[in-house]
Design a protein around this ligand. Structure first.
Ligand code: TMP
Length: 205
């Protein structure tokens, strides 16, 4: 079910530059007079943001973490994503379920099959129409992260963890090439933005 609106998600390893490009996407959609909501995971609702605080800072069992990600996602779908898609709005979510496969399965070893069950329960047939994957070598992403603000618990993980996440994302993209648009974050901002623009035009047409 995506009824009328389009559902676009943004994914990638930490430090891959999503934030810069979100500003561009916002401006591009506003210039086209397209109604959109920008939201994020974990988060996007009052309860989801409270869960985000816990998820990003408290250590916990990896499966507990996975279930809490989906609890926040269930609230997000119910309160924000579905209502906006039904209204015909574009919904842009800074991360969604691919992140759970990448981080909790790829990074922390939770079984894909367990995530499949939660996904089916929480999402039903809801799927993003388009997923931008910001891809970047782990050495560069870690270098960028180290220059930034205080790191959360995921960002503080080692190189191997981030490499596993990157590889998992690339595998997910390979499995659903019709949905994913891979953006090489080592290219110039201008080149990436051109690629984003072309893809948005194609999906929102
Ligand atoms: P952000 O830094 O892009 O806002 O994302 C928050 C962190 O949460 C990021 O390190 C990835 C992580 N995350 C998961 O581990 N699993 C998930 O399902 C989601 C949505 C995010």
């Amino acid at each position: 079910m995506n009824n009328l609106g389009k559902f676009i998600t943004l994914e990638g390893v930490d430090g891959a530059g999503k934030t810069t490009h979100i500003e561009f996407i916002k401006k591009y959609l506003s210039d086209l007079d397209i109604n959109y909501v920008l939201t994020r995971e974990p988060g996007g609702t009052i309860l989801g943001e409270r869960l985000r605080e816990i998820l990003l800072h408290d250590e916990m069992n990896h499966e507990t973490e996975t279930i809490l990600m989906f609890a926040a996602r269930n609230e997000h779908i119910d309160k924000v994503i579905r209502p906006n898609l039904i209204k015909g709005n574009v919904v842009i979510s800074d991360r969604f379920t691919d992140a759970t496969y990448a981080y909790q399965a790829g990074g922390k070893g939770v079984k894909d099959e367990k995530i499949d069950i939660l996904k089916k329960w929480v999402q039903g047939s809801l799927q993003p129409n388009l997923t931008f994957l910001f891809d970047l070598s782990v050495d560069i992403s870690i270098e960028r992260l180290n220059k930034t603000r205080t790191l959360d618990k995921f960002e503080r993980e080692d190189k191997n963890f981030h490499e596993n996440i990157r590889q998992k994302y690339l595998m997910l993209a390979k499995l659903s090439p019709e949905r994913f648009c891979i953006l090489n974050s080592e290219k110039s901002i201008e080149k990436i933005q051109n690629q984003i623009k072309l893809k948005l035009d194609e999906v929102l047409r």
